[in-house]
Write a protein that binds this ligand. Structure first.
Ligand SMILES: [Zn+2]
Length: 373
């Protein structure tokens, strides 16, 4: 693998501020990094398509055309980052030892650089199927980039390059935000004869939710992502000390196993609300994913990674949600492999440069195996 190219591409990416606008009061976005990637993808001989579902929120898709008759592969990563507050030199791309430092080195411009280096290393070698790099906006917030790309691009397999410490990640949990609201009746604080206290009613709901949470974590654990769970993220009730609260709202976040559906987790919560004058309403649900162990992309990635790493890589699952789940939901077999490093969302972030090059090598060889030579 051409390490000079890997390090140069990664440094270029890190030096472009692409903090998600949700974390910068809208002062930054993915436009500049998308312009850079457009030029690079064209330089790698790829056709380029861009998608901009909201102003400045640009995702770039490069396609290396195959000669026909093979499976198509999507290599994916997100190009937005979280905020840079507290970081000393977020865009320095400084190299110390074998590490590069800066926001996004690990999560996950290292993955994007590995995708680029993989395509570069394929050179003019004919592959039967297409290799696509989908570099998407907004993964850190609402995934509008991945959603837009999936309306236009379907491939036979996908590899997401979120950092995994060179393990192969084959599942992640989903989540559902469910707003639970208890109803009361507003009245002056002295009028116990008229008022109905929504906050007191919520107390009963919270006790029942706590029992459900204990029950969830006693269920059989999923082999890769563990047990389901829930917590109450926010609680708002009432308008003042001298008024009976007319309403109380709790935002429940239910973390879901890959097999669980919104309807099922909602029904569980509705079942415990009986008699509390409460209702539950899902406001956002992201399903988890679990790869089919016999999917061709999983097989090709495991074989290739085992060969390059000298041992079968650990198979893991992620407790947090990632774009891989959207790709899988679109019917594309998906696996995740990425670099070694630390400091995602933290004040010091770094990536191990050798591991980025290793990921690039594994991606290129997986493309050969999966797309056909
Ligand atoms: Zn990430």
């Amino acid at each position: 693998m051409d390490k000079t190219y890997v390090n140069r591409a990664l440094a270029d990416l890190v030096r472009i501020n692409s903090v998600n606008p949700a974390f910068s009061n809208g002062t930054t976005n993915e436009r500049r990094i998308a312009e850079y990637l457009t030029r690079e993808f064209l330089g790698l001989g790829m056709d380029v398509n861009r998608y901009e579902p909201a102003p400045g929120r640009v995702s770039v898709v490069g396609r290396r055309a195959g000669i026909g008759g093979g499976r198509s592969l999507m290599l994916n990563g997100h190009i937005d980052t979280v905020a840079v507050d507290e970081m000393k030199d977020p865009f320095s791309a400084e190299i110390r030892g074998n590490r590069m430092y800066g926001r996004g080195t690990y999560d996950m411009k290292g993955g994007i650089a590995a995708c680029m280096a993989a395509v570069k290393s394929l050179g003019d070698e004919p592959l039967k199927g297409d290799v696509v790099i989908a570099a998407v906006a907004d993964e850190e917030v609402a995934s509008i980039g991945m959603s837009a790309v999936l309306e236009h691009h379907k491939t036979d397999g996908a590899i997401v390059t979120e950092p995994t410490e060179l393990a192969v990640c084959l599942a992640c949990k989903g989540f559902s935000w469910i707003e639970v609201e208890t109803a009361g009746r507003a009245a002056h604080g002295s009028r116990f004869d008229l008022g109905v206290d929504a906050n007191m009613r919520m107390g009963h709901v919270l006790v029942a939710l706590e029992a459900l949470e204990r029950e969830l974590r006693a269920r059989p654990h999923h082999a890769l992502v563990g047990p389901p769970s829930l917590h109450v993220g926010t609680l708002h009730g009432g308008t003042g000390a001298s008024t009976y609260a007319a309403a109380c709202k709790a935002m429940v976040e239910r973390r879901m196993l890959p097999s669980e559906t919104e309807a099922a987790v909602l029904a569980e919560i509705e079942a415990i609300l009986n008699g509390q004058g409460a209702r539950a309403r899902p406001t956002l649900t992201r399903l988890g994913f679990e790869a089919r162990p016999d999917a061709p992309i999983v097989h090709a990635l495991m074989e290739t990674a085992t060969r390059h790493l000298g041992a079968r890589p650990p198979v893991t699952g992620a407790g947090y949600w990632m774009d891989a789940a959207l790709i899988a939901e679109a019917g594309i077999d998906t696996a995740v492999i990425g670099a070694i490093g630390a400091g995602a969302h933290a004040a010091e972030e770094w990536v191990d440069l050798d591991s980025v090059a290793q990921v690039a090598t594994i991606l290129a060889d997986t493309a050969r195996a999966f797309c056909g030579t």
